[in-house]
Every structure is written in C-alpha cells, then in structure tokens.
Design a protein. Structure first.
Lengths: 256, 105
C-alpha cells in the first residue's frame, strides 16, 4: 500500500448507510482510510457508502467503507468525526484519488511560476479584519504575477449583484452574514442557472450547525475558521493552478 | 506565512477585541434581547478573528460565551447571567494572555 502521508486537502464527503445520510467534510485521505468531520456517530463496523469530490478537480468517486472509530472534538482545530476504512474493493480507487490529489497539491506548491491570468475570487465576509487578513494571506500565497484577484462583498445582496456582474472562478462565503446567511446565499446561487456550477467554499467558526447548513445548501467544501487560512489558501492554490491547465477537471478514476 | 500574518495583525486584533469586549460588557449590563444579540455578534467576531490568526485557545471561550448569550436571549432553562459574566471575564483573560505586551492601562 505504501502508506504515504495523508492528503491535506479538504474534500466534500457524502456518507450514507441504511439508516441515515450526511453531507460532511473529508480530511486526511490515505489509500486505506479517511477522517470525516461530522457529529454523526454510527457504531463501529457500520458499513457506509462514501461519495468524495473536490470542486472543479475531482468528479464524485463512490467508495465502500466501514466505521473503524470515532474521534471526540478537541480544540476547534481538532474537529470530531468518524474514522473510516475503505473496503478492499474500494482501495484501488481510493489510492488513485489520493495520488491525484497529492499530485495536484504538490504541483500547486511551486505555483505560479509564470503569469497565470485572471483568477477571480469573491469573498463574502462582513468582518473587515478577516477580509484584510485574507487579502494579505492571498498576496503571500499566490503572489503576482499570476496572482488571484479578490473582490469582497459584505452581505448576500452585494454578493448577488457582483456575481451577476462578474464571472468568478471561486466564491468563498462566510455563513454568519448580516440579514441573509451564507447557507441561504449558497442555496440561491445553486438555483441560478448561470451560477449553479461555480465552486463554493463555505467558512465559519460556527461549528457543526454552520457546516451542516452550508454543505446541505450546496457548498462544495466547508472549512472551520481555526483552520481556514492555511487550508483555504492551499485549496485556492490548487484550484487556481488547475483552472489554468488546459485539461480542466478530470475524473479521479482516470488519474491513477 | 502564519507567522507573518500573526506579526502583522495581532496588535490590530488585540485592540479590536478589547474594544469589542468593552462593548459586550456594556451591552450585557442591560441584558435585553437586542443588547444580547449585539453581544453575540461581538463575541462571534472575536472567535472568527482569533480562529483565522491561529489563536485557538480564544476560540472555544468566545464561542462558549456566545452560546451563553444566546441562551440568555432566548430564555432557555439554566441560562445564568452570573455564569455569562464569568465567561466574559475568562475571555478577557484569554485575550490578554495572547498579548506579547502587558495590558494597556
């Protein structure tokens, strides 16, 4: 198996068994296991079906897995959830997915080596300090030339206007916004024919309720704020670099 | 990069967090629903900013205080103004502990 280091990208993880289905975030993917951030605690040995995806990069991959343990929530950066082990039949596609994500992740580490064009991000966040920190982090993570252009909107209505004026490659939405919350904005966006496929990353410090609300509304990924900047910037680098490659998204199954 | 971010934004965070705490305490002194909603917003902002700066010790305390404010606002059983005041004190101490300098007078 060559138990390589776990992939550090967050994935969208849809988990279901005969009793229940949840949409959650997947982390620490290896060839044999994945950690799924959720409050759901099915008994150890429960058989589940797992659907993993990553916006614009990885088409959904269906994997059979089994619960092998639970992790209680620790500090905010240490979310609670389920440890899942892939069934033997799922190990090959899981390894292919991990290898593909690892390659994407490694390729983004040195990016951009040359001007990459205009990668536009809309950050919907009402907190000025967080907006400033994010912009600073982005300038460091994706410096010019080829850096991303970041627009800001402080509430859902302003975001909606910008989304209809400009084409964005990625939208990052805080769940706790004044008036209309982030989940409602995401749901609106998913119902709009022109915007339905825009990659959306939801961020919040609101814990499980915010995660469930935004993922259920259609966010591709959810990141808790204590982890957000490091992981979000890394995710952006991967997404932005991938957006510049001619092949675009490719199914994980074809990447091994 | 996190070190750079920390060095650049920590002073701004601390000044803002102390101002937010001042406003939260003032609002908590007259704990009606609008005041408690305002307190919740201040505490949530502290949690989010601290989270992005990697000040993970502050986040659960701010989130806990925010929850207590919510329980008070919604009149939930067990909501306690004394415990809420104590949570605000704990948060104030955590913010001070994140400062490399002694607390300004």
């Amino acid at each position: 198996m060559g138990d390589a280091e776990a992939v550090r990208l967050m994935l969208r993880a849809e988990v279901r068994c005969s009793e229940r289905a949840v949409i959650a975030s997947g982390a620490a993917l290896t060839e044999r296991t994945i950690f799924v951030i959720t409050d759901w605690q099915p008994p150890v040995d429960t058989a589940v079906s797992l659907r993993l995806s990553f916006p614009t990069l990885v088409d959904p991959v269906e994997l059979a897995a089994r619960v092998i343990g639970h992790r209680a929530p620790g500090n905010p950066g240490e979310a609670g959830g389920l440890e899942l082990a892939f069934e033997a039949c799922a190990r090959e596609p899981a390894a292919a997915l991990a290898a593909q994500l690892r390659r994407l992740s490694a390729a983004a580490a040195g990016w951009p080596a040359e001007p990459a064009g205009d990668y536009r991000v809309l950050l919907v966040e009402d907190n000025d300090l967080i907006r400033d920190m994010f912009a600073f982090g982005m300038r460091r993570a994706v410096p010019p030339p080829g850096g991303a252009t970041i627009d800001h909107a402080e509430d859902a209505e302003r975001a909606w206007s910008k989304l209809h004026e400009t084409r964005y490659d990625l939208v990052i939405i805080d769940h706790f916004l004044p008036a209309e919350d982030g989940a409602s904005l995401i749901a609106r966006l998913r119902r709009d024919e022109r915007l339905a496929r825009v990659p959306v990353v939801a961020i919040s410090v609101g814990g499980p309720a915010a995660r469930d609300a935004t993922l259920s509304a259609g966010a591709d990924l959810y990141l808790d704020k204590p982890l957000a900047l490091r992981d979000l910037l890394h995710t952006l680098r991967v997404l932005a670099r991938r957006a510049r490659t001619p092949s675009g998204a490719s199914p994980a199954g074809s990447a091994a | 990069m996190m070190d750079e971010l920390h060095a650049r934004f920590l002073p701004q965070f601390l000044a803002l967090a102390r101002e937010r705490m001042r406003r939260a305490r003032a609002a908590a002194a007259r704990p009606d629903a609008p005041a408690l909603t305002a307190v919740m917003r201040e505490l949530h902002a502290i949690a989010g900013e601290a989270g992005l700066l990697g000040l993970t010790a502050i986040v659960p305390i701010a989130r806990g205080a925010e929850e207590q404010a919510k329980h008070l606002r919604d009149g939930r059983p067990g909501a306690d103004l004394g415990a809420f005041a104590s949570a605000l004190d704990d948060l104030g101490h955590a913010i001070d502990a994140a400062s490399p300098e002694p607390r300004p007078p």
